[in-house]
Ligand binder design. Sequence first.
Ligand code: NAD
Length: 475
Amino acid sequence: MAMSKRYEMTIGGETVAADEYMDIRNPANTEEVVGQTPVATTAHLEQAIDAASTAFESWKHSSEEERIDACNTMAKICTDNAEELAALLTQEQGKPLSSPIGSQFELGGCGAWAGHTAGLSLPEKLIEDSGDRHVVQQRVPLGVVASITPWNFPLMIAIWHIVPGIRTGNTVVIKPSPFTPLSTLRMVELFNEALPPGLVNVISGGDELGAELTNHSGISKIVFTGSIATGKKVMASAAKGVVPVTLELGGNDAGIMLPGTDPAQFGEGLFFGSMFNSGQTCGALKRLYVHEDDLDATVQTLSGFAANVPVGDGMEESSVLGPLQNEQQFKRVIELVEDAKANGGTCITGGEPMGGPNYLYPVTIVTGISEGVRLVDEEQFGPVLPIMTYTDIDDAIDRANGTEFGLDASVWGTDADECAKVAARLEAGTVFVNKHAEIAPHVPFGGIKCSGLGVEFSEEGLAAYTSIKIINKAA
Ligand code: NAD
């Protein structure tokens, strides 16, 4: 059992204690307190913005080498402390420690993303050098970046926000999710042992702290990853100060299997594309459309995986999938499955919580429902996949697109031309062919429609932390 311990905020390079703390419980055993998180006051928020603003005054003049070094330092800290951070992440978030898609994997992602981002650059661009004028375009930092993160990939998403911010000469105030703040508090504390004070500051508290941060006049950029509902509020806050915003929001990704496809060929990709992080992944496969003649084979393939993939406490070596992260999400998944059952759905596997003082829910494959049922129309964010049938591929494409979501989509089949035709018609930021939920630091990632605004990763993502400055000289 983990020792319960207090974690602290880091502001201006200093450890800052709060007057009040909140217990963070282990979702695999809710009787266990993993640690206590500080509850920041408005005064702490002011202190963090001040520290980041002061640090920005010098960091904005830092050289490329200094910025690259700072990012590489963060990459190395993630790698060197992966064991401690991964264990803490498993205890507070629930994802298995050693599963190929668990906490150690997330820490690996942190190092990889930080290292790759260190090596990106946005060089000055010569736009015109003529007898009339000499014009160059520069990319300059914005100021204090407000970062707000969710609870599904707390450390990796923190890295996606912090590192490009620092790489481009900004400073950061991060507020992690109130459900999973501990690993972020610890990671930022470790960063501050090596980085100049005030570059990366962390405060923790409830949702209201997020709103206070995004409404603060001292910030110059917001990067937000979370739900669509909150994203809309964040965008409204950004409008007040005309502050640029990157929004990575919810998804309800559809996958279409072409008629006559043998599902066994793609079983692993379909299963883990959907169940990655117990389905608590923005870009997971959340609706699968198969031709009616292929339904039985698809159900058989996916339920075969479900029977063989252990769900359990993430600290147990055998667990491949962990619990849902929090009570609210656990209740929501139960509610959506019950609603599906009441509307004609059949649970081929799972369908009931696993029991005990935890948020464990088994892999649940549901058939017999369609659009108009909440499990299909809403983002379930859990280990539950509705499989729906079609007879006409055009209808499947219309149904896949007929939603406010537009994060990713996928098409599965062996006819490359047909796959390409369907991919061209799917409305999403990323369309995968014969895979789902794959991201990489050199590939831009972002949603369309209500799933987001802007992209992260690659030079495109980096540019979102800068403004364009033109120097236009007379010839
Ligand atoms: P959430 O929107 O409830 O919370 C996200 C963060 O916003 C938390 O830190 C929360 O405290 C903060 N917050 C809440 N109210 C706020 C407000 N009014 N102003 C500012 N901040 C506020 O989301 P969640 O439940 O933590 O995360 C799950 C959601 O995140 C899912 O919809 C998932 O799809 C999405 N997500 C998207 C991506 C992506 O890259 N597109 C990645 C991961 C998660």
